[in-house]
Design a protein around this ligand. Structure first.
Ligand SMILES: [Zn+2]
Length: 272
């Protein structure tokens, strides 16, 4: 069994503030450790279920948060970012399952700890009029390669949002958000056990999961934090301007949608 684990940081056990997600402080040093711990619990669960090939993607910030020397040696780590990298960089048909660890809810979610979508340039991302966030985007990418998403660990809002698209997805709530920078936390010893058990159980029942797909055409629309970002992006062929701060693109398949999304993100970022 070949398993892909995609890890973000904002939904990790104990994290409530950006001071814990980047920078040079001791708080960030602890954040990296907590992230590595949650990922290790998922690896443990995958091993228990019989996984013999495990890849972990460090999918936060610069992609260099997970502590390699503290990561379980049975997993490969995909670290760093490149222009075409996604939060599931390198996933393909050879994988049996996708596990999401430390994921957070989308921009604007009430009580979502550090809720956002990709970069600060995005006010809303929708597909066929349904707003989505990072968990759905990763699940959709995996689904393109027929890989089912079988588990998520994050705060209660991230779990709720993905559950609206993937019914009954096995999950662990790592903490309960009460605002963007506040929440009720759970001790790492407890989430460690829950994640390991949850991942193991999900991977032991692989046959009951289906890949997450949205049937084409896919109308992706993006609301941007500044109207000038929409000015620039609307110059790209086949991109429609739908509002002062919003553009849209009609894609025939997930892969071309994802490619256009990267282009849009890059153009928006250049004007931030
Ligand atoms: Zn994120």
């Amino acid at each position: 069994m070949k398993v892909y684990i995609s890890a973000d940081i904002e939904g990790i056990t104990g994290i409530v503030h950006d001071d814990q997600t980047f920078g040079t402080s001791n708080e960030y040093a602890l954040g990296r450790k907590l992230m590595t711990n949650d990922v290790n619990s998922a690896i443990e669960g995958a091993l228990k279920a019989g996984a013999d090939e495990i890849y972990v993607k460090d999918a936060h910030g610069n992609g260099r948060n997970i502590l390699l020397n503290e990561l379980k040696k049975e997993a490969f780590l995909i670290a760093g970012w490149d222009i075409m990298s996604s939060m599931v960089q390198g996933i393909d048909e050879t994988f049996d399952a996708l596990i999401l660890i430390g994921y957070h809810s989308k921009i604007g979610t009430e009580n979502g700890i550090l809720a956002h979508t990709m970069t600060g340039c995005i006010k809303q991302l929708s597909i066929n009029n349904n707003p989505i966030g990072e968990p759905e985007l990763s699940a959709l990418t995996a689904g393109y390669y027929n890989v089912p998403t079988v588990f998520i660990a994050g705060d209660q809002t991230a779990v709720k949002e993905l559950s609206a698209f993937i019914n009954d997805i096995p999950h662990v709530i790592t903490k309960y958000g009460m605002g963007i920078n506040t929440g009720k936390l759970i001790h790492p010893d407890l989430t460690k056990e829950a994640i390991s058990e949850g991942v193991s159980k999900a991977l032991s029942n692989l046959s009951k999961f289906k890949p997450f797909k949205i049937s084409p055409p896919l109308n992706m629309s993006l609301k941007l934090s500044l109207p000038k970002m929409a000015d620039l992006i609307s110059l790209v062929p086949n991109v429609k301007r739908v509002d002062i701060d919003e553009v849209s693109y009609l894609a025939d398949d997930v892969l071309s949608m994802l490619k256009m999304f990267r282009v849009m993100l890059g153009l928006a970022w250049s004007l931030r």
